[in-house]
Design a protein around this ligand. Structure first.
Ligand SMILES: C[S@@+](CC[C@H](N)C(=O)[O-])C[C@H]1O[C@@H](n2cnc3c(N)ncnc32)[C@H](O)[C@@H]1O
Length: 392
């Protein structure tokens, strides 16, 4: 597919609930710009070694959640005495900053080689590593497009009371080169945000509840599983259906699960066999959304404080959901970018509500109703649930 210019590309799709049965991913013919890659699989191994085996220029987007190099100095306990479940796994241990930097430069180099010229890289990290990674990626030739703050709605407290609550992580979004014509689905992002330009501060809860993959005895399968909503926004922002997304630190396979839902192809590399198995099982159980829910649309109106897109991203109102007015005269379908489609009419919940009534404007939050937890409620009630969920 031809990459779009830097702005205004529309093309997007689908989180937590599903609409259509699984369908095999279509094989595409290799082109000179797009060497063939065998996608939709988990590779067990070291990501630097495994990326070396991949063809150059074969991947549209990379999402990397590398080791944080937390350098924990001993156990951490809660005030009531319980042990804090911190990241103390072997994969997060490096002997020194120099060793971490060497590792970072190695994987960034291979990642850049496998990216297409117009491809982009996302890296997520905390204050422990993100500044080192940022420096290394600029040195490697990447071009930083944004840094995005993921503000955690429910962060872990600072148990010792010696610092601020560490309530965010940082994502860096960079293109392969300074002049890359990278994909950015500007309009889809704006529609997802109720017609306000999407900002670089994102509020999402940390991964918990049913989304958290559990192992034997109900324990977390992995200490740092990322929320699907975060990946949903990332993938919807800068990839198209059919694009190849690589995650070199695959963990539980969050990137693969969301990519599959959104009709993107994916490739995961993970060193630990136990996590590879977790990821394969998880992704196999994930069904893609229906293609008809994948189109996106522009529009103009201003927004309430909670964008409808936040409800779609977190799965409270999944793409494909049907909404009605209170008297059930009109019905519309929710699409991946939080637009509604009612026959030929498409747009934000406010626009489609207005079009249905032939009115100049409409408060879509009050107009549209949905079946939610066994009851028919106005979308505004679901918005209130979201606010409770994020603790606002
Ligand atoms: C921060 S976690 C990623 C979690 C993942 N984003 C998720 O949502 O489940 C980093 C993962 O990278 C893996 N890892 C560490 N070093 C690696 C390497 N050199 N090659 C491949 N995987 C590695 C670890 O085993 C760990 O599962």
């Amino acid at each position: 597919m031809t990459p779009e210019p830097k702005k205004g590309v529309s093309g997007g799709m689908t989180i937590l609930q599903r609409v259509a049965p699984a369908r095999p991913v279509q094989a595409r013919r290799p082109t000179p710009e797009s060497p063939e890659i065998v996608a939709d699989r988990v590779i067990q191994g070291d990501c630097v070694d495994e990326m070396r085996r991949l063809p150059a220029g074969s991947v549209d987007m990379i999402f990397a959640d590398p080791p944080y190099n937390l350098q924990l100095g001993g156990e951490l306990f809660r005030p009531e005495g319980g042990r804090v479940d911190a990241v103390d796994d072997d994969w997060d241990h490096f002997d020194s900053f120099a060793a971490y930097d060497r590792f970072t430069r190695d994987w960034l180099h291979e990642a850049r080689r496998v990216l297409k010229p117009n491809g982009t890289l996302w890296v997520i990290g905390s204050y422990h590593n993100i500044f080192r990674v940022g420096c290394a990626l600029q040195d490697a030739g990447y071009w930083i497009l944004n840094d995005v703050v993921w503000r955690k709605a429910n962060p872990m407290p600072n148990f010792r009371g010696t610092r601020f609550t560490n309530a965010h992580e940082t994502l860096i979004w960079a293109s392969r080169d300074a002049d890359s014509r990278y994909q950015f689905n500007y309009r889809a992002m704006k529609t997802l945000n109720d017609e306000l330009q999407m900002r670089s501060d994102w509020l999402f809860p940390i991964c918990s509840g049913g989304e958290r993959v559990k192992g034997d005895g109900g324990a977390k399968a992995h200490p740092t599983q990322k929320p699907e909503a975060l990946l949903y926004r990332v993938l919807l922002a800068c990839t198209k259906p059919g694009d190849v997304v690589l995650d070199p630190f695959f963990g539980t396979g969050t990137t693969g699960a969301v990519a599959r839902r959104l009709g993107r192809r994916w490739l995961g590399i993970e060193r630990e066999e136990r996590y590879c198995e977790v990821a394969r099982t998880r992704i196999n159980a994930t069904l893609p959304f229906d293609e008809s829910a994948m189109a996106t649309v522009p529009s103009k109106k201003a927004a309430p404080r909670v964008p409808f897109g936040a409800l779609v991203e977190t799965g409270l109102v999944a793409p494909g959901t049907v909404v009605w007015d209170a008297k059930r005269r009109w019905r519309a379908t929710v699409r991946a970018d939080a637009s509604l489609a009612m026959g030929d009419v498409q747009g934000s919940l406010h626009q489609v509500g207005a079009a249905a009534q032939g009115a100049p404007s409409c408060n879509g939050w009050a107009f549209w109703h949905v079946e939610f937890e066994g009851e028919v409620v106005a979308l505004d009630a679901v918005r209130q649930r979201y606010l409770l969920m994020v603790g606002e």
